[in-house]
Design a protein around this ligand. Sequence first.
Ligand code: GAR
Length: 200
Amino acid sequence: MNIAVFASGRGTNFGAIIRGVKRGLIKANLALLVSDNPKAGAIGRAKRAGIKVALVKKEDFTSKDDFEVKIIQYLKEEKIDLIVLAGFMRLLSPEFVMQHKGRILNIHPSLLPSFKGTQGIKDAFNYGVMVTGVTVHFIDEELDHGPIILQEPVKIKENDTPESLEKRIHKIEHRLYPEAIKLYAEGKLRIEGRKVKIII
Ligand code: GAR
């Protein structure tokens, strides 16, 4: 099974996935990193791990359609079976999602459907909720939305700051995402309507 990770930022989740593959937890081939940001830390991680990088900058394309056509070309070249969004800060078009239905995973730093968007940790902290968390899910056409695979709560402590909370959330993300990808790679995830059944 060939995996492409899409990342726009630091890529710490990508790093955890690389380790998961190296350790043999995820039995798959990390074939490609797709990034829209030349400054993404994820690019250095890919290069160090010998993973091919596809840099697709939105501003180099006249339309979102052309941008995605280029991405699809890379995916076809590498015979990608699974797309893993790891801090990819662009909304994929409904057409792209439809074309890859059931083959795109996302991680989000909150208990979805609460606190969608690019600031999930800060938004939960500022709202004053007592519990937030991490969600791994299949994506559908909406932002941070789709059948949930794994979810784990994180309690917000009285003396937490957004930074200390972020640290704990990231730690959980780095365990949960490789675990979900492992399940997918082993064919243990079945989408049944809005829900995901884990076949043991
Ligand atoms: C992660 O916390 C991920 O949950 C979040 O971006 C961060 C990327 O960190 N994704 C979203 O907010 C999606 N809406 P990383 O680059 O260090 O892996």
